[in-house]
Design a protein around this ligand. Structure first.
Ligand SMILES: *Cc1c(COP(=O)(O)O)cnc(C)c1O
Length: 221
């Protein structure tokens, strides 16, 4: 299969309301341009430096999603992205709020990452921690330059599909329970990658982040 066939197969497998972000980390500018030429506009990058380099040479109407683990020192570099998915601490929210204000990209759209996997290596708020953040203060008052648009999570990397599905179900439950407090614009649930997008969509994902199934096996970083 070539890029076009893989892309069309991925799209055909997604319901119309689910947004597709093509994960282009470690892919060349030419590969991204090729998918752009097929009409795709939303791309996801994991590394701040790589994102910046690609942004400078690729078309201006690309919608960039920052999906990697974000260090506070890099907040200023990614604050102009269309959406920042991996926000996993209040300190990072503080920093992004400050940077958004400085560069007048306000509100900047962010998703809060929740730790749902069994691996300790994955990042994110614990569910209880996140509820406490909302209990303590109104996010709109505390971070006026940010629009908290929803949640993001990554399931355990395992063959056990029941476990993956249960983790997504838990995240979807948390999303719905926070939504009633966070308001109408809290409408993005970013979950699902090449191997588990079907399960994520079945549990209510509104946005999937897919790399390998579109571009083929990823080059080593
Ligand atoms: C790399 C990556 C993806 C895409 O993974 P694939 O298995 O290639 O689809 C999705 N989300 C995040 C956060 C990633 O780092």
């Amino acid at each position: 299969m070539d890029l076009k066939q893989r892309y069309e197969r991925v799209k055909a497998g997604l319901p119309g309301h689910v947004k597709l972000v093509a994960v282009s980390k470690l892919r060349s500018v030419e590969e991204i341009q090729a998918l752009y030429d097929l009409g795709h506009r939303a791309f996801g990058e994991n590394y701040a430096q790589e994102l910046r380099e690609k942004q400078q040479v690729l078309p201006i109407d690309i919608e960039w999603h920052f999906i990697g683990h974000l260090q506070r020192s890099n907040a200023k570099h990614v604050v102009g992205s269309s959406m920042i998915h991996g926000v996993d601490s209040e300190k990072l929210l503080d920093e992004l709020d400050k940077r958004a204000d400085q560069v007048r990209i306000t509100p900047a759209s962010v998703l809060l990452q929740v730790h749902i996997a069994q691996e300790e290596t994955k990042h994110g708020f614990d569910a209880s921690e996140l509820q406490a953040v909302f209990d303590r203060s109104d996010p709109k008052t505390r971070w006026p330059n940010l629009a908290i648009r929803g949640l993001m999570g990554m399931a355990t990397n395992t063959e056990d599909r029941d476990l993956v599905r249960a983790e997504f179900a838990r995240l979807a439950w948390l999303f719905r329970s926070l939504k009633t407090r966070a308001g109408v614009r809290f409408d993005v649930l970013s979950m699902g990658m090449s191997d588990d997008a079907d399960l994520a969509v079945a549990e209510g994902s509104t946005l999937v982040r897919i790399g390998t199934a579109i571009f083929g096996p990823r080059p080593k970083g």
